[in-house]
Design a protein around this ligand. Structure first.
Ligand code: GFB
Length: 354
């Protein structure tokens, strides 16, 4: 049975910035944006990067998440389904216009396919653009200033059935008003089953989930906290206007003693029997095992490395300790908030400056 065309039109975009955590922030914003405009959201694939591969890889949206729960909030369609059903009718090749805020790459147009992941993303669906449209003056914040009406007045669906954005029509980090939309994001059974299998292999009793973001890219990024008091996902802790302080080095890259102190406190409070460590680089398994031996608490990681399975496991722990600044950490925090599960962060609340 074929899909029915949405007369109110579609929002389509490339998740062309950052890795999974960034793309997830953008996804929630794009979902809120599409809802505000009352257009169906085309679910883009997730963009991934493999070492040594100059072209991004596009992973279908539903590899990681169920589609059905999203429909409880708003109309959505997988991108490949949209292209198969409507690629030649609703959005024929000669009418494909790329949307961007201002011209990109010192040129006259959006250059929506210039560079990686831009080109590989649209090539996945055989999309080329015949023109550009700049929406200077409009924002993605549909929660204020009748912004949705402004979009729909300027771009009625009858004339513009598809708004195809060069990047996500969303802010980073995710706008506060859109955080709650995370509750419609449910892991696919493939991810969930791997997480559950791992959890069942842990020692009997509660486990604490922790995220240690400590790879070289992160160490380098954390050198900038002093010039960027609200770096990356830090607003999740510090507030969107730094109401709760400015980012510190410890907040971005907690020291081993900060990690151990916090972990011991949480283990005591919860009576946990084990700790699950998710990390992009150093899980500190031997070091933490040594520190927690007296408490008879074991320390574990999931192998092989799998960011989505790590997140799904973090989402299901008795307590979770994340990194305020990391958008990867923020994903698990939002998932747990939606489920009513408790979380905390390394080095937060901030200690008073000495
Ligand atoms: O997700 P992401 O945008 O979060 O990028 P941040 C970090 C990537 O590192 C993830 C891997 O998408 C994963 O591929 N990664 C991080 C992990 N933590 C884990 C983990 O616990 N387990 C596994 N398996 N993989 C920032 C970006 O990353 O990094 C900025 O926001 C910038 O754009 C900065 O690039 C340097 O927010 O942590």
């Amino acid at each position: 049975e074929g899909l029915e065309r949405d007369q109110n039109g579609y929002v389509m975009y490339c998740p062309c910035m950052g890795r999974f955590g960034n793309q997830a922030d953008h996804f929630l914003g794009a979902l809120g944006f599409a809802k505000g405009l009352n257009r169906t959201l085309v679910l883009p694939p997730w963009v991934e990067y493999k070492p040594g591969n100059p072209r991004s890889i596009q992973v279908p949206f539903d590899t990681y998440f169920k589609v059905e729960p999203l429909t409880k909030f708003h109309r959505v369609v997988l991108m490949h389904q949209f292209m198969e059903e409507f690629g030649s009718t609703v959005w024929p090749p000669e009418e494909r216009i790329a949307f961007c805020y201002v011209p990109r790459h010192n040129s006259e147009g959006c250059n929506a396919k210039e560079g990686n992941p831009f080109g590989p993303f649209w090539d996945t669906f055989g999309v080329d653009f015949v023109g550009s449209e700049f929406y200077r003056g409009l924002t993605y914040d549909v929660h204020h200033q009748s912004m949705a009406d402004k979009w729909n007045d300027l771009y009625p669906a009858s004339k513009w059935p598809v708004l195809a954005f060069t990047g996500a029509p969303a802010s980073f980090p995710v706008q506060e008003n859109n955080r709650g939309l995370h509750k419609y994001l449910e892991w696919s059974d493939a991810v969930l089953n791997k997480a559950k299998k791992f959890i069942n292999s842990l020692p009997y009793g509660h486990f604490i989930g922790v995220h240690l973001r400590n790879g070289v890219d992160w160490v380098r990024a954390c050198e900038h906290v002093h010039h960027s008091p609200n770096l990356f996902a830090a607003p999740q802790c510090l507030g969107y206007r730094n109401e709760h302080g400015k980012a510190t080095t410890e907040l971005c890259l907690p020291s081993f003693s900060t990690i151990v102190k916090k972990l011991k406190r949480v283990i005591k409070a919860t009576g946990a029997a084990s700790v699950f460590v998710a990390s992009d680089s150093d899980h500190l398994i031997p070091e933490l095992t040594k520190e927690l031996r007296k408490m008879k608490v074991s320390v574990h990681k999931h192998e092989p490395a799998d960011p989505h399975v790590d997140l799904a496991i973090l989402g299901r722990s008795k307590h979770y300790i994340g990194n305020c600044v990391s958008s990867f950490s923020a994903f698990a925090k939002r998932e747990r908030d939606a489920a009513g599960f408790p979380s905390s962060f390394w080095a937060f609340p901030l200690e008073k400056e000495k």
